[in-house]
Design a protein around this ligand. Sequence first.
Ligand SMILES: [Zn+2]
Ligand SMILES: [Zn+2]
Length: 76
Amino acid sequence: MKNSVWNWVNGNQDAKQATFKVCSRPGCGRRETETFKFADICSVCLRVSYCSTNCQDAHQRAHDRTCKQDAMLGLM
Ligand SMILES: [Zn+2]
Ligand SMILES: [Zn+2]
């Protein structure tokens, strides 16, 4: 019995973590503690999200280079 409970808990946490976004700024690595907590999403490609506007600003230049590529791939 105990084993199956732990399996359920572990499986559930994995499922939860998969839906939690991680800050897209390299070196930050902060993870959401609630779903959709990271509201700073790139409005062009919608593929990156940041824990704060600070991280968004810091990563914007580097992201710009891949952003339009990603957006184009998304359209294809
Ligand atoms: Zn961050
Ligand atoms: Zn983008």
